[in-house]
Design a protein around this ligand. Structure first.
Ligand SMILES: C[S@@+](CC[C@H](N)C(=O)[O-])C[C@H]1O[C@@H](n2cnc3c(N)ncnc32)[C@H](O)[C@@H]1O
Length: 212
């Protein structure tokens, strides 16, 4: 009886559009703080942080800090690590500021002192700032050398190309990734995360770059 019911459910077509998910993701909160992440990527991050167990995450683009808080809590579950989250302005509530695993920087990724990442064994970097081609490429070129073997450089929001906005971002993250990957043979695009729930179920197409 139950099996019959399950089969029926699997046959049912669920219809939702990229636009629906995009609109919804702007309202996602984590512990009450805005966390602008695709729901599929939410799960992916949780699995990656558990797998890699970074002792340092560098997040470029904090906004209100919901993603920072989420990642910091995942580090807390691992029992190891801290996050350096960088923005150009302070929009973070107290709950983000007071987390013992979070360090916030508000003077832009351009001014982040790479020496602050010295001494960490396993470093993961997330680029989630302006999404303009040049800014993305410059940022990933600066931070990629910090990423340790088997860890990730995650480049967010290449989805804007699928939304038809590529021109406004001069090619955006996808173009930046394509240029970067051509020159950096010590990284490969790990497709497994972007196809985890079916083809292209991510807002970060080509964006999970594994350091090999
Ligand atoms: C898409 S939001 C970040 C979203 C956040 N990571 C989340 O998942 O909720 C982009 C942020 O990048 C910041 N930003 C823009 N230029 C930047 C720069 N040069 N350095 C660091 N952050 C920057 C913006 O102020 C904005 O808050």
């Amino acid at each position: 009886m139950i099996l019959k019911k399950i089969k029926k459910v699997f046959k049912k077509e669920i219809s939702y559009s990229l636009k629906d998910i995009y609109n919804g993701h702007h309202n996602i909160t984590y512990r009450g703080v805005l966390c602008i992440k695709c729901p599929f990527d939410y799960i992916t991050y949780q699995m990656i942080i558990n797998q890699v167990k970074p002792d340092l995450i560098i997040e470029i683009g904090t906004n209100e800090g919901g993603s920072t808080l989420y990642l910091a809590d995942l580090l807390e579950i691992n029992g190891v690590g801290e996050i350096h989250s960088i923005d150009i302005e302070d929009k973070c509530p107290e709950v983000v500021k007071e987390h013992k695993r979070i360090n916030l920087f508000f003077n832009g990724w351009e001014n982040y002192d790479l020496d602050l990442a010295k001494g960490f064994k396993t470093v993961l970097v997330i680029e989630d700032s302006s999404h303009h081609y040049k800014n993305t490429l410059d940022a990933i070129n600066k931070f990629a050398p910090l990423v340790t073997k088997d860890s990730y450089l995650i480049v967010e929001d290449g989805i804007l190309s699928s939304m038809g906005w590529s021109k406004s971002f001069d090619g955006g993250p996808v173009r930046a990734i394509e240029v970067f990957i051509e020159k950096n043979k010590n990284f490969k695009i790990d497709n497994s995360w972007e196809n985890f729930f079916g083809k292209d179920t991510t807002f970060n197409p080509k964006g999970f770059l594994k350091r090999i």
